[in-house]
Write a protein of this length. Structure first.
Length: 306
């Protein structure tokens, strides 16, 4: 996994004080884990070792991971296993809808591993999952964090037709680092996907996310914000990259919280509406709040109940 840039980076750098977080196990966490196991579901929270698990689980939210725990891609920052993917569980959509019902979720986030082995990239399974969640939970808002479907507009249409409330697709980092960080992805293809969502259904709220600390330059991050503005993207999450294991891409820099604040104001200046920017932010962190923020802005500041 280590590439020439990694070797040049040399010694690991020490974690700063603002990145120390204790994981406190609570009964809510146990309850969610029990439910998820009983319904044979997976969460990206657990698979990607998210630092916010305790906080989110205690609030009764989780990000469900569909189509198995094995990805067909191998991004250098990602803790999810890669290799031969698992068989699709056709009961997963109804089981997930059941979990949303039993957890009384007002806002459900669903993501997946990338399934380049499937002709539609898993678009139909995503759509079935949205339809089942809405059938059992008509008032629950649904956010999908989707892969790039290799740029297939047909697959994107299938997902959009199921009417999710928010469509999220992460750019993850700046284009100059793609060959190191996500070699099977394409920056322009990902930006085009976000543009296509707005072209196909302008009413869909779009979202993207990036990690900092991988060696990106400030002008590259600001240029990425311009690309998101150009794509009419509504929501942006910005968090610190944390190395999941010694075999993963090494952290180049721990970014100070003041820099996250700077980027938040720069993104807001460029018209992005809902922004979460701080070291522990992850794609679906405070997802429901950011959604309501955008709705409120779009309705001229009216308070949107949660
Ligand atoms: S495509 Fe997604 S799940 Fe797969 S390795 Fe990359 S980040 Fe992880």
């Amino acid at each position: 996994m280590q590439n020439s840039l990694q070797q040049k980076l040399g010694k690991e750098i020490e974690k700063p004080p603002w990145l120390r977080k204790r994981l406190t196990l609570t009964k809510e966490i146990d309850a969610i884990n029990l439910l998820i196991n009983r319904l044979s579901l997976n969460t990206v929270c657990q698979e990607a070792m998210c630092p916010n698990q305790a906080e989110c689980f205690t609030k009764g939210t989780a990000t469900f991971l569909i189509m198995g725990k094995v990805c067909t891609r191998n991004c250098a920052f990602c803790a999810i296993k890669h290799g031969i993917p698992e068989e699709i569980d056709l009961d997963e959509p109804i089981n997930l809808a059941q979990a949303v019902l039993q957890l009384h979720l007002q806002y459900a986030v669903v993501t997946s591993v990338t399934r380049d082995d499937l002709h539609d990239g898993g678009a139909r399974h995503f759509a079935k999952t949205v339809i089942e969640i809405k059938r059992l939970n008509p008032n629950t808002k649904i956010e999908l964090l989707i892969p790039d479907f290799k740029g297939s507009v047909d697959s994107l249409n299938i997902v959009i037709d199921s009417r999710p409330d928010v469509l999220n697709h992460n750019l993850e980092t700046v284009p100059s680092l793609y060959s190191f960080i996500r070699p099977q992805a394409d920056y322009n293809r990902s930006v085009q996907l976000l543009k296509n969502v707005k072209r196909i259904n302008p009413g869909t709220i779009t979202k993207s996310g990036i990690m900092l600390g991988l060696g990106e330059k400030e002008n590259e991050v600001l240029a990425l914000f311009d690309d998101l503005t150009d794509a009419n993207c509504d929501i942006l999450t910005i968090g610190q990259y944390l190395q999941p294991s010694p075999n993963h891409y090494r952290v180049v820099e721990y970014i100070h919280p003041s820099v996250f604040a700077f980027y938040e104001s720069e993104a807001r200046k460029r018209g992005l509406k809902g922004i979460a920017s701080s070291p522990f932010v992850r794609s679906s962190y405070r997802a429901d709040e950011l959604f309501r923020e955008v709705l409120s802005l779009e309705s001229g500041g009216k308070e949107i109940a949660g």
